[in-house]
Design a protein around this ligand. Structure first.
Ligand SMILES: *Cc1c(COP(=O)(O)O)cnc(C)c1O
Length: 222
């Protein structure tokens, strides 16, 4: 008999195109539950807190082909450890952080894959660039040669209607398209990290390439 987590993952897979990367968000989720998702074929896992992630990575060392994604606000003093433990950082939310990561990546000889976090809808409770501020910072971001800048990430404010959410996801894709059409040497815009349990179908409709799902796979967090 397949477990509940595997069943939920299968259901989600049936709803999304094959090229969309399903990232299981494992904050507050036990290593045992992560193993179940792994057994069901998931290889991308995301955490938003470094200490919690390090503990689980330790417990799951025997699963070598996991790709770890960092999705939380990243404090400067944790940047180095995050680079050592995660292949992707979705939550690069300021030029200052990008420059620090760029410098550290050079020191560590690694090439992190990153997304730039944007707020297409104003939201004082969230980190990230507003659109005009991001456009203004692009020339400096383009100089961060040690980062694989791959696209945009967004988290929508709570309480949007479905049509507002779809508009916001579409606006994020349009922004990525616009940046992608400009002539940057280091800014690729082939990835869109958007969509969580409540809105991933809308995000996929708008062109998400990576969806970040927690609750719908593992159940409600306490
Ligand atoms: C927690 C979290 C998610 C997953 O949220 P769910 O609603 O549980 O799917 C996705 N992205 C980020 C940045 C998160 O912190």
């Amino acid at each position: 008999m397949t477990g509940l987590i595997a069943q939920r993952i299968d259901r989600i897979r049936e709803q999304i195109p094959e090229h969309v990367r399903l990232i299981a968000v494992t904050k507050q989720v036990s290593p045992e539950a992560i193993r179940e998702a792994y057994e069901a074929g998931v290889r991308d896992f995301a955490e938003n807190r470094l200490q919690e992630a390090l503990f689980k990575q330790q417990q799951l060392q025997d699963l070598p082909d996991i790709c770890w994604h960092f999705i939380g606000h990243l404090q400067a003093n944790k940047a180095k450890k995050v680079l050592e433990s995660f292949q992707w950082i979705h939550s690069v939310d300021s030029l200052k952080l990008a420059r620090r990561l760029d410098r550290l990546a050079e020191e560590l000889s690694c090439r992190p894959q990153v997304c730039l976090q944007v707020k297409v809808v104003p939201d004082p409770n969230k980190y990230g660039w507003r659109i005009p501020a991001l456009l203004a910072d692009l020339p400096e971001l383009d100089k961060c040669h040690n980062l694989g800048i791959r696209g945009l990430m967004t988290i929508l404010p709570l309480g949007l209607s479905a049509s507002q959410a779809l508009d916001a996801f579409n606006a994020t894709r349009e922004l990525a398209d616009k940046i992608g059409q400009q002539n940057w040497s280091n800014l690729q815009m082939d990835q869109l990290s958007m969509g969580m349990s409540a809105d991933y179908l809308l995000a996929v409709k708008a062109g998400a390439t990576m969806i970040r799902l927690g609750t719908i796979i593992f159940g409600a967090r306490s």
